[in-house]
Design a protein around this ligand. Structure first.
Ligand SMILES: Nc1ncnc2c1ncn2[C@@H]1O[C@H](COP(=O)(O)OP(=O)(O)OP(=O)(O)O)[C@@H](O)[C@H]1O
Length: 227
């Protein structure tokens, strides 16, 4: 982290193969910010998130994410960058053949935790944060969609990230459950972890007004208003 700055992009160009998806991107996200990310399908939201989590290199410009210089990011740095980021994406779902506890243990072992008591304590800690301490031994199919999404958020919190990136985290949930999940993400941001939520759901944005950034016509617009 540089001061309170978690993400800073200066005049960044983002390509997918030879296609310039977003040009001259300027973006800053600070500690504890809650930011909505909107834009039509194909406008570049996922590409922007990929740059932040080190899955796509920047072609021009400069920037940093969680203390890593993105223009100099090497393959070996990516796992360390990822530990500072919590990712809540549709395609990072729970392992269906393992309990809640085993799902969380799996990530902890993969990210270097070895001490049994510390692992057990941290798991209870993150489950407490998402209100699911009693579901430790449950299998994913024994949980509702909203509860599964809470476990995914708990998993994202394990390594105490500086920022959570959530791509359509309410896409499969009913309106009430969606509001609960956004409320939880808001609480997390109030605790100091920045949160970015990509969504097409303008209703939920209106319910929880916050800063909005938008991908449109190859640009990232900061501080957008919606009707
Ligand atoms: N791996 C890839 N190779 C080539 N082009 C890609 C790749 N991934 C995305 N693109 C292209 O880059 C552009 C931006 O895609 P991106 O997935 O970032 O949009 P998005 O705003 O996240 O869309 P959605 O809302 O559908 O998730 C699109 O034109 C897409 O076709």
């Amino acid at each position: 982290m540089i001061g309170n700055s978690i993400i800073k992009l200066n005049n960044v160009d983002i390509f997918q193969q030879k296609h310039l998806v977003l040009s001259n991107v300027n973006l800053h996200i600070d500690k504890g910010d809650f930011v909505w990310l909107i834009g039509q399908t194909g406008s570049g939201k996922s590409s922007l998130l990929k740059v932040i989590y080190g899955d796509l290199n920047i072609a021009a410009g400069t920037g940093h994410a969680c203390g890593y210089e993105l223009s100099k990011l090497a393959g070996k740095d990516v796992p360390y960058l990822r530990r500072k980021l919590g990712i809540v994406f549709q395609d990072f779902q729970l392992l269906t053949d393992r309990s809640v506890e085993q799902n969380l243990q799996f990530v902890m072992h993969a990210t270097g935790w070895t001490e049994k008591n510390q692992i057990a304590d941290r798991i209870l800690d993150v489950l407490e944060k998402v209100g699911l301490r009693s579901k430790l031994k449950k299998m994913p199919h024994e949980l509702s969609g909203g509860e599964q999404q809470r476990v995914v958020i708990a998993r994202a919190l394990l390594n105490n990230p500086e920022i959570i990136l959530a791509d359509e985290p309410t896409g499969n949930l009913d309106p009430d459950t969606s509001e609960e999940i956004v409320l939880l993400l808001k609480q997390i941001s109030q605790g100091g972890t920045a949160v970015v939520v990509a969504t097409h759901d303008y209703h939920i944005i209106r319910t929880f007004p916050s800063r909005i950034i938008k991908c449109e016509n190859g640009k990232v617009l900061e501080d957008v208003q919606i009707a």
